[in-house]
Design a protein around this ligand. Sequence first.
Ligand SMILES: [Zn+2]
Ligand SMILES: [Zn+2]
Length: 116
Amino acid sequence: MSCNVVWLFLERGKTMVDIVPMVMCKTNEFWQKQVVGSKGSVYTVTFDALSHKRHDVVCDFSCTCQAYKFGKKYCKHIEAVKGDRCGWHQQFDGGEAINGKCPQCGGEIVGIVVGV
Ligand SMILES: [Zn+2]
Ligand SMILES: [Zn+2]
């Protein structure tokens, strides 16, 4: 799963695309979940733009365990909980915020602008 957030940085005076204000679930920017490993250790799986080691996407999952640190792909902790992240994005998933909350998980939303 890759980050589907499209960030658009606009320079003053440039109108290359139509800009539409939209909202997305805050879990597209930051999401964390604690996972208890097989030996009882607690690891933290994070989805954000800073912690992961992929260079081809903006946001991705990372984990605090050794398997993630030295492995190439997602560790079993990420695999176990990555489906729990909401990731609702109005541009790609459609729908509307409900009472200022994410329609999918009821969590916080953040405003964005997207080019269409
Ligand atoms: Zn892990
Ligand atoms: Zn959500």
